[in-house]
Ligand binder design. Structure first.
Ligand code: FAD
Length: 434
């Protein structure tokens, strides 16, 4: 095959890469996707947002996802670790939400389904191929890649999309990565059977349980499998005694709502860890280059926005490439617009996550004041309504103003992370000693 006439070359076929490849291929463009793994492969990041559904529909992949039987997600629940307070957001009740529900997914089959859809849409998707080096300048793009047998090949294309995820190929090549200045977090996670679920439609919600400076996720990813994870400060983890399993178990036992859900749980496979996941690149674009998804930046996964941001930015990137191809040269204005829009989206979640770790935010978040549709505005953030217009923006600004006021003049009752019973205090004291 002539290796020199691709319209676009995409690095990586996670959700970001498969969305950009699908949109380009469905517009009749010649797209080469190189994915270093063979799918299906494990990946973390399993709770999706309602706004993902619009993208799936536009990619033409929604019927296949529905047929695959992934659990439907109708809402998200947030609780304090001591069980003293909790709240549920139901997406269809959000006044600003355009989509009433999302899905929860096991990433191995989900990512595989998206990859096969990109291929069926006409993209040349190659598994087991690693991109090693890229050069993109005003004349074009050149890429060096290793095939599954270890042989090196060179390809050229008009545009390059880096969707290499946290591998961050081009960002690292250009030394662009900025880690979050203070969040040094670590996540411990695994898949479990027999995790307790609430009866009814709330049983497939994502449940987030917030302890003082750490939090658990509980995500039902199939009828009997649940993803459970803990995000904890790296320093605290390093100072804790015991194995990863012991540390994980100790914190499960410190929180009655988590302990209750996990009392009959059986682990499937090993626990895994990952660290330093909050960062962004100083630039999301280069000469004929667009970075999408985690290859642009990623932040603490508390609001489950990663897959949505990857696919949303993938779609925007495909629009920039399509228009530039139509004009016969990179459209600088569109590239700059992509940079601005994606940075704004990422920074928006960044701001919400920074607030999430403060107590006044949690106080208002768990007890949203039912005026000016504020609960709906918060619901919209959880649904992925990134660009909901002024009516949403001013409410969120107002919400953040209330958070500031809450610090000095409490508008809603204070919350406490302290254990509620002597037995829990004993567990925590024992945990602190180790
Ligand atoms: C602890 C944790 C929990 C999370 N929870 C959630 C959640 O609940 N919901 C959510 O939406 N998101 C969550 N995320 C985030 C989510 O995992 C990512 O945001 C999402 O996978 C980004 O998609 P992507 O396509 O940009 O990157 P990826 O999904 O990482 O895909 C990148 C692909 O590129 C390939 N690749 C890398 N380098 C090369 C190379 N040199 N050559 C060829 N291929 C290459 C990789 O093999 C990979 O398949 C979580 C993240 C973490 C760390």
């Amino acid at each position: 095959m002539n290796q020199d006439n691709y319209d676009a070359l995409v690095i990586g076929c996670g959700p970001g890469g498969s969305s950009v490849a699908t949109f380009l291929a469905r517009s009749g463009k010649r797209v080469l996707v190189m994915e270093k793994e063979f799918f299906p492969r494990f990946h973390i990041g399993e709770s999706l947002l309602p706004c993902n559904m619009t993208i799936f529909r536009d990619m033409g992949v929604l019927p296949a996802l529905q047929a695959a039987g992934f659990p439907r997600k109708y809402g998200a629940q947030f609780e304090l670790g001591n069980g003293s307070i909790g709240t549920r957001f139901v997406f269809r009740q959000g006044k600003f939400n355009r989509e009433p529900e999302a899905i929860q997914v096991e990433r191995a089959p989900f990512d595989h389904l998206l990859l096969k859809h990109a291929r069926a849409s006409g993209a040349d998707v190659r598994e087991g191929w690693s991109v090693i080096k890229t050069i993109s300048d005003s004349a074009g793009v050149n890429v060096e890649a290793r095939d599954p047998d270890g042989k090196i090949h060179n390809f050229s294309a008009a545009y390059l999309v880096d969707a290499s995820g946290r591998g961050n190929l081009t960002g690292n090549q250009e030394n662009l990565r900025e880690l979050h200045p203070t969040w040094k977090k670590l996540a411990i996670f695994g898949h479990f059977e027999n995790v307790g679920r609430q009866p009814g439609e709330g049983g497939t919600d994502t449940v987030i349980v917030r302890l003082q400076n750490k939090w658990f996720w509980v995500i039902p990813i199939s009828a009997d499998k649940t993803s459970v994870g803990l995000v904890i400060d790296k320093d605290e983890f390093n100072q804790s005694g015991g194995s990863i399993g012991e540390i994980f178990q100790r914190w499960i036992e410190s929180s009655p709502p988590v302990q209750e859900r996990m009392k009959n749980a059986l682990r499937l496979g090993d626990l895994q860890t990952t660290t330093d996941f909050s960062y962004y690149n100083r630039k999301f674009i280069g000469n004929r280059l667009l970075r999408v998804g985690d290859a642009a930046g990623f932040l603490d996964p508390i609001f489950s926005a990663g897959v949505f941001l990857a696919m949303w930015s993938g779609r925007l990137a495909s629009e920039v490439v399509l228009k530039s191809l139509a004009q016969g040269k990179p459209n600088r204005r569109l590239f700059a617009g992509y940079e601005r829009r994606v940075r704004k989206g990422l920074m928006f979640y960044w701001q919400v996550v920074e607030n999430y770790y403060t107590t006044p935010f949690m106080e208002l978040f768990l007890q949203p004041r039912a005026h000016h549709d504020l609960p709906s505005a918060v619901n919209a953030v959880l649904a992925g309504e990134l660009e909901g217009g002024w009516s949403l923006r001013w409410r969120l600004k107002y919400f953040f103003l209330l958070v500031k006021l809450q610090k000095r003049w409490p508008l809603v009752p204070h919350i406490s992370f302290a254990p509620r019973r002597a037995r829990e205090r004993k567990t925590l004291a024992a945990a602190a000693k180790v």
